[in-house]
Design a protein around this ligand. Structure first.
Ligand SMILES: [Zn+2]
Ligand SMILES: [Zn+2]
Length: 367
């Protein structure tokens, strides 16, 4: 046992309250199938801000944070392989899926392990529940049995790897949900947050003919340009009609082949549908807070023969695909620039303020 008796964690006690620094005991022996990981970086996801600011409800007290990279400090009995069946050992750099699933309930058997009836989710499991340390804003995390663990290649820095297990893996799932993108297709991306940024290289590598990105934040649009977006529109200064015209011009008047809602604003759904061609596919991933109502003309949905898919979280294979994609393309895209600021765990309050400011796509916490 090469770990201390306790470790520090920043604990969430409810909306509007600052996170508190607390000492949490580390397990003296690891349960079979579990792992202890010394966290080297967590990134603050928008969903954590939703919880902290009370836009959605999670149990408390709670250690938030689910986009995590770390180093294996201990392995419970029976856990000796990663997701790819490669040997796993103390000292390996790893990340892991956002949740652990049972593997045999209805949803696990229907390819929705993220909706497992006994799902254990990192950064979402109350502190009272064993093994307590299941969030990223801490020095250590204990991994649930059944977690898909991925060893990280040295070529992927923590700042590149940590956001993969939420944002990038969700994007890999979203991409799959619309049947992928064919060579030459025109794709509209509504939102240049973390999901939108990852979509750009994924679409370009898939051979998309044009990638059109719309957002209200100029800095985010500039980042999308750095990733290679072909056309960007700042909707705080230009009407939606400009985007629609652009998409029509790119497609001989047909409309976009695929559109993605990745901004969290239900109001964009109407013009997303309008932008699509007959037979177009629409993937929706950003509407994660309750009450995200939108109005669509069902007649348009019918007559345009549209496919509309919603995606929430992902299965482990999507994280596998996301990490493989990062490894293959990290030299060509500015993934590291997505993490705009870094704080220590002591500075968690400042880190959250910085994340809330919207100045960065991601803010990192380094315990
Ligand atoms: Zn997240
Ligand atoms: Zn299950």
């Amino acid at each position: 046992m090469d770990w201390p008796p306790t470790c520090r964690a920043a604990v969430f006690h409810g909306p509007g309250q600052p996170l508190t620094q607390e000492e949490i005991p580390l397990p003296r022996t690891l349960e079979p199938g579990t792992a202890l990981v010394r966290i080297t970086m967590s990134t603050i996801c928008g969903s954590d801000l939703h919880t902290i600011d009370g836009r959605r409800t999670e149990p408390s007290p709670l250690i938030l944070g689910h986009e995590i990279a770390g180093i294996v400090a201990g392995l419970g009995e029976g856990l000796d392989c990663d997701y790819d069946d490669q040997p796993l050992a103390v000292g390996d750099r790893v990340t892991w899926s956002i949740a652990a699933s049972c593997g045999d309930c209805f949803y696990c058997e229907h390819d929705l392990p993220q909706k497992c009836l006994v799902l254990k989710k990192y950064g979402h499991t109350a502190l009272q529940e064993a093994p307590q340390l299941t969030g990223g804003y801490a020095e250590y995390a204990v991994l649930f049995p059944g977690t898909a663990i991925f060893r990280l290649p040295d070529t992927l820095a923590d700042a590149v790897a940590a956001p993969a297990n939420c944002a990038l893996a969700t994007v890999a799932h979203l991409y799959e949900s619309v049947g992928g993108v064919q060579s030459g297709e025109c794709v509209l991306v509504q939102g240049a947050g973390m999901l939108g940024q990852y979509l750009v290289p994924l679409l370009l590598e898939a051979g998309a003919g044009s990638v059109v990105v719309a957002d209200l934040n100029e800095a985010r649009l500039q980042m999308a340009q750095r990733f290679g977006a072909d056309h960007t529109f700042n909707l705080s200064g230009q009407p939606v009609a400009r985007v629609l015209r652009c998409v029509r011009e790119l497609t001989n008047g047909r409309g976009a082949d695929v559109a993605f809602e990745v901004c969290g604003h239900p109001g964009v759904m109407a013009w997303g549908v309008e932008a699509l061609r007959i037979g177009g596919r629409y993937g929706v991933a950003g509407l994660v807070t309750p009450g995200a109502k939108f109005e669509l003309d069902g007649n348009t949905l019918t007559r345009k023969c549209l496919t509309l898919t919603g995606v929430h979280n992902y299965a482990p294979r999507h994280l596998h695909d996301g990490l493989a994609f990062l490894e293959a393309t990290h030299a060509r895209y500015p993934y590291e620039a997505l993490v705009g600021a870094e704080f220590s765990l002591d500075e968690i309050g400042a880190a959250i303020d910085e994340a809330r400011s919207g100045r960065h796509l991601r803010v990192a916490v380094r315990p």
